[in-house]
Design a protein around this ligand. Structure first.
Ligand SMILES: Nc1ncnc2c1ncn2[C@@H]1O[C@H](COP(=O)(O)OP(=O)(O)OP(=O)(O)O)[C@@H](O)[C@H]1O
Length: 747
């Protein structure tokens, strides 16, 4: 092994960090400079400044991401080309801006992930560089050209050593990036084209989440302008999971991504409560869209008896004929409920005005009305302004909010069988559940947003600002005359505010600038069209949730990752074909990942036997490594005590242990494990966490203890058993489920 070789790489890495530090300073100074800069007062100048701040902040975040593990690879080509590969790309400070280290996402870096002895892609040698902080600690060289006889002493016989050491490392409770060890099958998915829907299916631990996040990073790199502006949305099953994955993209230098759970996809609502399985299934059915549509249409009513409307002492009759004709005209527009309302209102006003006109100027012998068109217009205006008329219109075609519609519907559900209605009926005051969110969104879509009022208010506000600015200008002009009246000579030298700006521009200058990032604006806007959407655990989403997500991406650019065998939600998808056909019929692609990088063979065998007991031909992914440690089962009459013992035996401050137990055991276990982190969003970095089965989705731990598996649903148990990277234990009182009999019993 040549220390000189390590030394050369260290020199290079030192050079790299020196350059990184320069770039960090420069970007930080640029942000500060732009923030402190006089913006010249124009809207354009302010926009330009804000763009510069955003761009330099993004660059700074990317440079900061390079602070650890900046360079991890090197490609030596047969033609003499020699490139270092890094987490981000960095260029020299020369006139050509020559690349110093190449971004892993660049095309030139691809052989790092794809080249094999069989298809060397022009490579002579591929080097993995291992660093700790900024120190190079190890090198692994793979020779891809048999004619390369140079030896450095770092040529390993096992090309997978770097991968295996990453997989074997102690878990931290936070997902890490995998840039150094992306496998060829994963690389192809990460770099697949941006357009259309790509489904990534694979068993537990096949890297679906890791691949989806690296794909988001790749797409942002390859379509920077478009995707930064339109924002990438990542949807994950629950807040704990989002916490688990939230470091990956920033560690790759990407910060402008929006993360959300399905309960957070309707602005203003953060639903965490879940319905009973039967209620969730009913609420999630595609048919609910039609049910809500009918429910909203039912609010567009015809009076049984004419409504008597008082107008300046005249009694007008808003009868079924007028209402029916108005409703026909409003519905004919095919606009959503709130947007069609003005049409309904104007048709009702026309009907009532013509009733009044007939009464005032009607010819008893059937001739034309005596009133001229101006008089009729005046009558119409009078009717339109009548408070009584407005009240009657509100009664027949009320302005509605999504919250009102869904709350009213759930308080008294119609168009369902009685037992189904009973399953979802709830008092109006109950908090929103995750399954209500797609209903709210559907209602919002059916209602449409009437922004006339918002725009009217914005215009009033704009005028108010101009008036205020005018006042400021007048004042400054006034003070100028006093200040300078005796100094005529100086006056020509001094520019007053009036000379520089007019009131409108001054008003603009005082306008509240929208300093929110694109991701923050996207989060608050229901009609935002995302540039790309990544959905993790996509198998869990109901048809109604799919309708919501599809509305958020008009271009249908999506990456969906999931595993039908891990479906827990009763409303979950079942088949990709069934979910996707209504939205992108035939225009989606399915890819599969087949290697399990997380769970060792010994544990995977147990999980596979469980599934095979229920489904004979079940085919789990193959584990890439084994540990030689057999999973065990302990039978006990005192579950909390046995779990506490097992935790005491296996817990290790440098590793992560999870106890996964059914809801009814949570209280007792929380008492028995005072140091465990538990609750809705447990701290996964804590050495011991206590989880309910659903919370374990997508996570992983060094050691997992599964409590009373017979109480789990089959799919939840499969998920729980496949969370461990090293050790698995089962603690039970009741009999073990079919398939788990092979677990080694321990006293
Ligand atoms: N190429 C790789 N190099 C290093 N680690 C990897 C690689 N691929 C996957 N892993 C690791 O394997 C583990 C499982 O990955 P991930 O959580 O993405 O799998 P998954 O398919 O989403 O699993 P599940 O469906 O069970 O939640 C993670 O620790 C991940 O970092």
């Amino acid at each position: 092994m040549s220390n000189a070789e390590l030394g050369h790489e260290q020199e290079f890495v030192d050079l790299l960090y020196a350059r990184l530090s320069e770039l960090q300073d420069r970007a930080a100074a640029a942000v500060e400079g732009a923030l402190g800069r006089e913006d010249g007062g124009t809207r354009q100048a302010r926009i330009e400044r804000d763009i510069e701040v955003a761009e330099q902040t993004r660059l700074l975040a990317a440079f900061n991401a390079g602070e650890t593990g900046l360079c991890f690879g090197r490609l030596l080509f047969r033609d003499g080309a020699d490139h270092h590969i890094g987490r981000i790309g960095i260029r020299r400070d020369d006139t050509e801006h020559t690349p110093l280290v190449i971004d892993w996402r660049a095309d030139v870096a691809r052989p790092f992930y794809l080249a094999t002895g069989h298809t060397p892609m022009g490579l002579r040698r591929r080097r993995h560089i291992t660093t700790t902080g900024q120190r190079v600690t190890d090198l692994h060289d793979e020779i891809l050209d048999l004619d390369d006889h140079e030896r450095t002493g770092f040529e390993g016989s096992d090309a997978d050593a770097v991968l295996l050491s990453a997989l074997d490392a102690a878990r931290t409770g936070r997902m890490h990036d995998i840039v150094q060890t992306i496998q060829a099958e994963q690389d192809r998915i990460i770099r697949a084209p941006h357009q259309g829907v790509l489904v990534v299916e694979g068993g537990p631990g096949t890297g679906k989440t890791a691949v989806a996040l690296h794909r988001a990073a790749y797409l942002l790199y390859a379509n920077r302008e478009q995707l930064t502006r339109r924002v990438v949305l990542v949807v994950g099953p629950n807040p704990a999971f989002l916490g688990y994955i939230e470091d990956v993209l920033p560690s790759l230098g990407e910060t402008g991504v929006l993360f959300a759970t399905p309960g957070e996809l309707f602005p203003g609502v953060k639903a965490t409560a879940v319905d009973e399985p039967a209620a969730a299934e009913i609420k999630g059915r595609a048919a609910m869209a039609e049910v809500l549509g009918r429910f909203v249409a039912d609010r567009q009513t015809i009076p049984d008896l004419p409504l008597v409307v008082d107008h300046d002492g005249d009694e007008l009759l808003l009868d079924a004929d007028i209402a029916r004709e108005a409703r026909r005209r409003a519905r004919e527009s095919q606009l959503p409920h709130n947007l069609a309302r003005p049409r309904f209102a104007s048709a009702v006003i026309d009907g009532l005005a013509s009733q009044l006109a007939d009464r005032i100027g009607g010819d008893p012998f059937g001739g034309p009305n005596f009133l001229n068109s101006e008089e009729i217009a005046e009558i119409t205006m009078g009717v339109a302004e009548s408070a009584d008329v407005q009240t009657a219109i509100d009664e027949l075609w009320p302005p509605l909010t999504p919250e009102q519609v869904v709350a009213d519907y759930l308080a008294d559900p119609v168009y369902l069988r009685d037992d189904e209605a009973a399953a979802i009926r709830r008092p109006v005051t109950r908090e929103w559940t995750v399954s209500d969110v797609p209903l709210l969104d559907e209602a919002a879509d059916l209602l449409g947003e009437d922004d006339t009022e918002t725009r009217r208010k914005a215009e009033i506000e704009r005028r108010r600002r101009i008036e205020y600015a005018q006042g400021v200008l007048d004042l400054s002009y006034g003070s100028r005359t006093q200040e300078f009246e005796d100094r005529e000579d100086e006056e020509s030298e001094v520019l007053s505010a009036h000379d520089l700006v007019d009131a409108e521009r001054l008003a603009e200058r005082h306008e509240e600038a929208d300093h929110r990032s694109a991701a923050e604006r996207a989060a608050a806007d229901r009609t935002w069209a995302f540039g790309h959407i990544v959905v993790d655990e996509a198998q869990e989403l109901s048809p109604m949730a799919w309708r919501l997500l599809m509305r958020r991406t008009p271009t249908k650019s999506m990456t969906l990752v999931g595993d039908p065998a891990q479906t827990s939600e009763p409303g979950g998808c079942g088949s990709w074909e069934r979910i996707l056909t209504p939205f992108v019929e035939g225009r989606w692609e399915l890819t599969r990942l087949g290697v399990n990088y997380r769970t060792p063979t010994e544990i995977m065998q147990v999980a596979a036997e469980l599934m095979r007991a229920a489904e004979a031909g079940f085919n789990p992914p193959e584990s890439v490594r084994s540990t030689g440690v057999a999973p065990w089962a302990r039978m006990t009459a005192d579950i909390p005590a046995a779990v506490a013992d097992a935790v005491a035996e296996h817990a290790d401050p440098a590793r992560r242990l999870a106890v996964i137990a059914p809801a009814e055991y949570q209280n007792d276990l929380a008492k028995a494990l005072p140091d465990a982190s538990a609750g809705l969003v447990p701290d996964l970095a804590n050495p011991v966490v206590l989880l309910e089965p659903r919370q374990a989705k997508g996570l992983e731990f060094d050691t997992v203890l599964v409590v009373e598996p017979a109480e789990f649903t089959l799919h939840d148990l499969y998920v729980a058993l496949t969370r461990a990277t090293q050790r698995l234990g089962v603690i039970h009182f009741g009999p073990l489920p079919l398939g788990l009999e092979s677990l080694q019993p321990v006293p």
